[in-house]
Write a protein that binds this ligand. Structure first.
Ligand code: HEM
Length: 160
């Protein structure tokens, strides 16, 4: 996190404070992501989920060459999605839940709309446009408590 807010990208070999901890954390994160990929690839096709992000990344093919993603590309895509996607969504939902708990009238209105649109069935992505009040309150929660409150700098590192 500290490095993301530095205005310049310093060489990774510099023995800056926190580098050992960063490397340890990175190893653990790479291992976690790779374990998920390896477990998924070991599943027989009929047992593997077909509709999540990992399934989409495994299925993707270059339209000219027909090639799928390389092992490194697949791993890197999963790392980005995991990092960019999970904490942001969790933070947004946490503030939203807290605000809804503080405003029971807004919560009741959102709940009534969910009941009317979905009943007891599982929500699909296409339902999002029909859920005005849940959508509006979620946006308001993110306006009040943005999960990402600053611009993030980019680092360009050449492959090792
Ligand atoms: C409430 C949820 C989310 C919020 C508030 C959010 C917010 C943001 C913001 C502000 C940026 C731009 C950062 C910058 O350039 O300074 C960004 C970039 C990005 N987000 Fe999200 N995000 C959310 C959910 C997700 C999810 C679920 C995914 C993927 C599964 C995702 C993937 C990405 C990626 C890949 C980028 C980088 C795009 C690029 O620079 O090429 N985000 N997000």
């Amino acid at each position: 996190m500290r490095e993301m807010f530095w205005p310049v990208t310093l060489p990774d070999w510099l023995p800056l404070p926190g580098k050992r901890a960063k490397r340890r954390a990175l190893r653990s994160l790479h291992g976690l992501v790779q374990r998920h990929i390896t477990q998924r690839q070991a599943l027989p096709p009929e047992a593997a989920p077909q509709d999540d992000l990992l399934a989409m990344l495994l299925a993707v093919r270059d339209e000219h060459t027909g090639d799928g993603l390389s092992a490194t590309e697949l791993h890197d895509e999963c790392m980005v999605m995991f990092q960019a996607g999970h904490e942001t969504s969790a933070t947004a939902l946490l503030w939203w839940a807290w605000l809804m708990a503080m405003h029971p009238e807004a919560q009741a209105r959102a709940q009534a709309e969910v009941q009317a649109v979905l009943g007891t069935r599982e929500p699909q992505a296409a339902d999002a446009t029909a859920l005005d009040w849940p959508g509006a309150t979620l946006k308001e929660a993110m306006r009040l408590y943005p999960p990402v409150a600053a611009l993030v700098s980019r680092a360009r590192r050449l492959p090792a």
